[in-house]
Design a protein around this ligand. Structure first.
Ligand code: ATP
Ligand code: MG
Length: 699
């Protein structure tokens, strides 16, 4: 093991990395190096044990985490391998399905329906059944839960109780939904897992092939797997039981997506010969943060106890600040970030503001903007959900798969071709009557002698555009997008900002095959598009923060009804889940943790009185400073400053140092002989200088 970096691991981590025969459960607290163990174990298996890298099936929680892991492993092993299987459950299953889905009666070029597509499809089904569209979201969630619990439409229908109208209807919707997807040659996210399991269940040869091919299975964030994912893992290690799962039962926070906390407890029963390794040293946070978070989570009853400790200093206490409303709260956060940044200890990328509800971003964004602080929101309404992006992707999808009715109907009149609702209805009726795809229906309508000429002309134009685009050969996805834009004159109808977005999409598509690109886009999650290399403050939900770490963390809205969320407050299980979410948030912080709350907040267009979160009571008092309404102290400071003589340098101005060259001033403070200036020099970084002794030239 001459090249293996053993010194990077403590003794329990080493134990977990070196144990390679049979099932292994690494059960450990936040920041204790679980993800590090997975990464090193992969490198160890590939480099020292001699397992072919393409035979290690490694599951991470996001695509971004997978990319980072790949990068790190390649660096450790001095080289890259082409055919590695490191990814999310969805992306890994997609690879298997692309090879074998024909055995399940789908075509190889099937497409993936994302949440928007699912909503569009369910709405159409609801309309057909004369049900209210408002039920859509609830139905999509219910369907997803059934699927992640491996309940098929048939088994659901046979299990429903007679006389329960909603259940009966849900059964019918489920059946319809699955049939329609099949007709469109489409699968949704849950199907990716379900159909892979189905492949294994129905094809012993495939099961044998894959479970023999994968010599080792590695899983990070195991506490958030659902039943179908766990079942898949059991299939994959069926012949050798070489599986290592790592997780923290205190960080299971995706129950609403079907995650089953009990998987982590079941693992020991399912694999009786399991070896359990606990990691107890936290490397991330200061003692105050580790102690506070550990005490807080210890109030949950359904958990395995752990002793988390850290060798780091006590550090600063946690700051708790209650303000009068959400605007003051946001102002406090923005001012504090600015102040810490100007002091020079932190860059903007070192800060994260976490929140429970997306509606909280409104005020936060406003005050960050006022302070001139660069930020990025890592949220669902991201670049890739914009209309223009979705339109272009819909064109790509219909070119590759003519059965995709949802994409077809999305772009049939975008840009405008005067194909209105009545023509669309006609197409859909025709398709249903003849049991064909909408695209095929268009083709037949064009040839139909009895159909009105005006309609036929419009459809003909659309049809020939798509046909021509389908017959070309494309170098890559980017060239396909360019041809689509040419053929449809899509850019003519949209404004400059949208054009820029489309151009950025082209950049992103460069070098990918069209199919690869569409798959990649379909599987992107919020965190995947986070540009962590950019020097900006990150705004993200507590859920999205899982697995990440930041030097300075703010948790905004620490109030009853927000965290814990009001819907969860009545149910003891849900309440424990909320506590875990709060624990995840607290344990993201390395050095400084700020908890903020408002006494009054506008929520769902009503101003409400707010109480501090009950979780705060479970943080030991010696761990935090209470800076109640301290925000007002900013105002006298600001007023004083206006009366004082102006400092020689202002924030943002450029200066020249005799040896370090040009830099940008971050702050200038003090008076007379004691004047100090903080400057960021690209050559040497941030420096604090006494103006008495250095000669700075203002540029
Ligand atoms: P989470 O529970 O948030 O997923 P985790 O248990 O996966 O955390 P990691 O992210 O792997 O923990 O590690 C947390 C931090 O501690 C990282 O910055 C990592 O580099 C560092 N770390 C882990 N193990 C060691 C070690 N043995 N020596 C030094 N640093 C370590
Ligand atoms: Mg981790």
């Amino acid at each position: 093991m001459k090249d293996f970096p053993l010194e990077d691991l403590n003794s329990s981590q080493k134990e977990a990395v070196f144990y390679c025969e049979g099932p292994l459960l690494v059960l450990a607290g936040a920041g204790s190096g679980k993800t590090r163990v997975v990464t090193y174990k992969y490198a160890y298996l590939a480099k020292e044990v001699g397992i072919n890298p393409s035979s290690i099936f490694t599951v991470t929680f996001t695509n971004k985490a997978a990319d980072e892991m790949k990068e790190r492993i390649f660096r450790m092993c001095n080289g890259g391998w082409k055919n590695v299987w490191i990814g999310t459950f969805h992306s890994l299953c997609l690879r298997i399905l692309r090879k074998h889905i024909e055995r399940l009666g789908f075509k190889k070029d099937f497409i993936i329906y994302d949440e928007d597509d699912q909503n569009a499809l369910v709405k159409r089904i609801l309309k057909d059944l004369n049900m209210h569209e408002a039920l859509c979201k609830c139905i999509v969630t219910k369907l997803s839960n059934l699927k992640s619990n491996l309940i098929t439409p048939e088994s659901y229908i046979s299990s429903t109780n007679e006389g329960f109208e909603f259940e009966e209807r849900l059964g019918r919707i489920y059946m319809r939904y699955q049939n329609e997807l099949r007709r469109y040659n489409a699968v949704d996210f849950d199907d990716l897992i379900l159909y892979t399991i189905k492949l294994f269940e129905e094809n012993e040869d495939l099961l044998k092939h894959y479970s023999e091919h994968f010599k080792y299975i590695l899983v990070d964030e195991f506490q958030d797997t659902n039943k179908s994912q766990y079942t898949l893992l059991k299939y994959l290690c069926k012949y050798h039981n070489n599986i290592c799962v790592v997780g923290d039962d205190d960080q299971s926070i995706y129950k609403f997506r079907g995650a089953n906390l009990y998987n982590i407890f079941e693992f020991e029963k399912d694999f009786p010969q399991v070896k359990v390794v606990k990691l107890e040293q936290n490397y991330r946070s200061t003692k105050h943060i580790v102690f506070a978070a550990t005490e807080m989570i210890s109030k949950n009853t359904v958990r395995k106890t752990k002793n988390l400790w850290t060798a780091r200093d006590w550090g600063e206490k946690i700051f708790y600040c209650q303000l009068c409303n959400e605007d003051e709260e946001a102002k406090y956060i923005a001012k504090t970030i600015k102040e810490l940044y100007l002091k020079g200890d932190y860059e903007y990328r070192d800060f994260a503001v976490l929140y429970r509800l997306t509606l909280q971003t409104r005020a936060l964004e406003e005050y960050l903007r006022i302070e001139g602080i660069p930020y990025q929101i890592i949220s669902g309404v991201s670049f890739y959900h914009r209309k223009e992006i979705k339109d272009i992707l819909a064109y790509m999808r219909i070119i590759l798969n003519k059965d995709d009715n949802v994409s077809l109907m999305r772009i049939i009149n975008t840009p405008s071709r005067s194909i209105g609702a009545s023509i669309c209805l006609k197409i859909e009726q025709e398709a249903k009557r003849q049991m064909i795809s909408n695209y095929e229906a268009i083709k037949r309508l064009i040839k139909d002698e009895s159909a009105p000429t005006v309609m036929k002309d419009k459809l003909f134009l659309f049809y020939t555009t798509i046909e021509e685009l389908s017959q070309r050969k494309y170098k890559d996805a980017a060239s396909m997008i360019r041809e689509i834009l040419n053929a449809t004159e899509y850019l003519e109808e949209i404004d400059e900002e949208k054009i820029q977005n489309v151009l950025e999409l082209i950049n992103f598509a460069e070098g990918c095959s069209p199919q690869e690109f569409i798959d990649k886009m379909a599987l992107l999650s919020n965190v995947d598009i986070w540009e962590d290399k950019k020097n900006r403050v990150s705004l993200l939900t507590l859920h999205a923060a899982k697995g990440l770490e930041f030097p300075v963390v703010f948790i905004a809205g620490c109030e009853e009804g927000i965290i814990p969320y009001f819907k969860a407050m009545e149910d003891p299980q849900e309440l424990q889940e909320e506590r875990r979410l709060f624990y995840v948030g607290m344990t993201r912080a390395k050095d400084l943790l700020f908890l903020t709350a408002a006494t009054q907040r506008k929520l769902y267009s009503k101003v409400q009185k707010q109480e501090p979160s009950s979780f705060l009571k479970d943080i030991p008092q010696q761990c935090y400073h209470c800076i109640r309404k301290d925000y007002s102290s900013f105002i006298p400071t600001l007023q004083e400053e206006t009366e004082k003589p102006k400092p020689p340098f202002t924030t943002g101005c450029k200066v020249k140092h005799p040896t370090w060259g040009v830099g940008v001033v971050r702050d200038c403070y003090g008076e007379g002989d004691d004047l100090k200036v903080i400057v960021n020099f690209p050559s040497v970084g941030v420096k604090k200088l006494a103006l008495k002794v250095v000669n700075l030239e203002k540029l």
